[in-house]
Design a protein around this ligand. Sequence first.
Ligand SMILES: Cc1ncc(C[n+]2csc(CCOP(=O)(O)OP(=O)(O)O)c2C)c(N)n1
Ligand code: SF4
Ligand SMILES: [Mg+2]
Length: 284
Amino acid sequence: MNQLNLGTYASNTWCPGCGDFAILNAIKAVLAELNSEGHPLEKTVLVSGIGCHAKIVDYINANSFYSIHGRVPPVAEAIKLANPEIKVICFAGDGDAYGEGIEHLIFAAKRNIDITMIIHNNRVYGLTTGQYTPTSPLGFKGRSTPEGTKELPINPLELMLASGATFLARGYTHGIELLKRLFKEAILHKGFSLVDVLQVCVTYFNMYDYYTSKVYELSGHDPQNFDAALNKIREWDYNRDAPIGLGVFYKKEMSAFEDKFLKVSGLSPQERETRIKKILEESA
Ligand SMILES: Cc1ncc(C[n+]2csc(CCOP(=O)(O)OP(=O)(O)O)c2C)c(N)n1
Ligand code: SF4
Ligand SMILES: [Mg+2]
């Protein structure tokens, strides 16, 4: 039995029924499991953005860094580069990661740095009381769009695939066993991993009934096939009424950004040049 005490004394201020509870319970279970399997909690750092999701780090007794809106990836990347032995697990909102900080997310994926992004995608700005985000569907009525949005949402998994992410998955807060599996696989993946979690905001965008009627778990899908991943990712575009796949869409083994730095340090200029050429060839 695991003796870790991951709980804290912070009072929880999430709304009753919020999907964030499922993410909290799933990640606590995964951290305990990883700790007992040789990935000690002391060598893990949690990073969060700003929003309802971000409070998750207040509710877990582990090393953490509460960053600012949209800036989770650069903070996480700095931690990883400073000490590559550390597992860096990030929590960000859809407004945070796909809106305010989208450029950081794209570049973190592009360089394939070994961090895990868990996106609490409730498709609304929760903490600021219900404005639309890049993944809100067309016509979404919120505080800033009382007559409905006039623009289509982005498909974040498609964007991440195009940017170079090497692990992409989707979970749902009404399925904690799958969430645990996806979180663990993403954390153990060497390289940039992202799990887009359909996290229901019961107060500003309650999609429980809709999602429950649409989700299914991927089976027979080959996550190592880029074209198959793209097709599966496009099956649902965060707007159209279509089946919503859950599971691992894409997974590719590739050298991670931080390893390239480690391998070139301490070499002579000649050795460094040879090494850099080899890295560029490997990355092509
Ligand atoms: C740079 C910056 N812009 C705007 C804000 C105001 N702000 C705080 S939380 C938030 C919305 C968060 O939405 P999301 O990232 O989707 O997280 P959620 O609350 O839904 O979990 C905004 C706009 C801020 N804190 N910093
Ligand atoms: S506003 Fe929405 S996302 Fe925020 S705690 Fe309440 S239910 Fe959760
Ligand atoms: Mg949100």
